[in-house]
Design a protein around this ligand. Sequence first.
Ligand code: F6P
Length: 358
Amino acid sequence: MKRRIGILTSGGDCPGLNACIRGVARASYELFDAEIVGIADGYRGLIEGDYTVMKPEDFHGILTLGGTILGTSRRPYRYMRVIEDDNVDKVENMKKNYKKMGLDCLVTLGGNGTHKTANLLSEEGLNVIGLPKTIDNDIWATDVTFGFHTAVDIGTDVVDRIHTTANSHGRVMVIEIMGNKAGWLSLYCGLGGGADVILLPEIPYDPDKVNKAILDRAEKQKRKFSIVVVAEGAFSQEEAKMKRKERLAKRAEMKYPSVSYMVAEQIQQATGFETRVCNPGHYLRGGSPSAYDRVLATIFGTYAAHLIKDENYGQTVAMIGGKVGHNPLSEVAGKTKFVDPESDLVKSARDIGVSFGD
Ligand code: F6P
């Protein structure tokens, strides 16, 4: 049974993408008579017909390689059915190129936006399999996404290292961690790194409560420094009263490059502590995947090959209760897995005295 499989990686890159590609490809070569087509730069390559027929040797030596050998891009789902200035019908082009490439199946590695377009293509009649990639860990109905644990390792190392300089100078250090909708990465890096305050999009904060936590720590615990981890999507209780668009517009008018600078200025003004900002940004997405993510990406990729062998399309691979499985794309697309403020993870952090600014 011959199968010609197109693979694309879309959205923000992360360590583990190449490990997953390798898992899909090498399992497919083992399980059936496979031919792999590498589609360049995510959905751009499918829209424009930019692809390469891959050779088995293309998948050697990439397990530990960061980034994606296929390239990626962002093609926001909300514009997929919009004819823009280039007058291109993106959906029709993708369907036409899927056929032109002679594909039996399209495998998409991506986050929430990627899954929405994958589901759109599935509803348009293409055979599609999704794989859950993002450092944000915010894809619905999977315990974990690949890329997340490597980013947790990187972000926790940042928090660890910032501790020593905060202590030396008696400063408050505000560390901004990626995650514009969900705060999973900030929660794990904050907990793992021993942050004193963790601000998440799911728990709008009160600046006065943040300042009190820092002053109490100085007074009662005689600790002359504090570590504040802030998710890039965190916002105050005042801002929570606004719609997301309104909030983003107000932020855009402000002088701060991102939320952590606003939080830092508020802390310094209210507490008198010297306060500095560290924003690792895309560093959290760089380099080689952790061993955990290499294993996770491999088992996700090989599972996708079995779905293809069984012609079980319209699915996205997931870790469900610790077991690799799959969910219908239609049930995952468009949903975000948020941190539950009542979760054991948040409760455990509160139990050891972490403030969430609420
Ligand atoms: O989705 C992953 C992510 O790293 C988010 O955490 C972050 O907000 C976004 O991508 C950054 O996007 P870009 O790489 O396009 O700047």
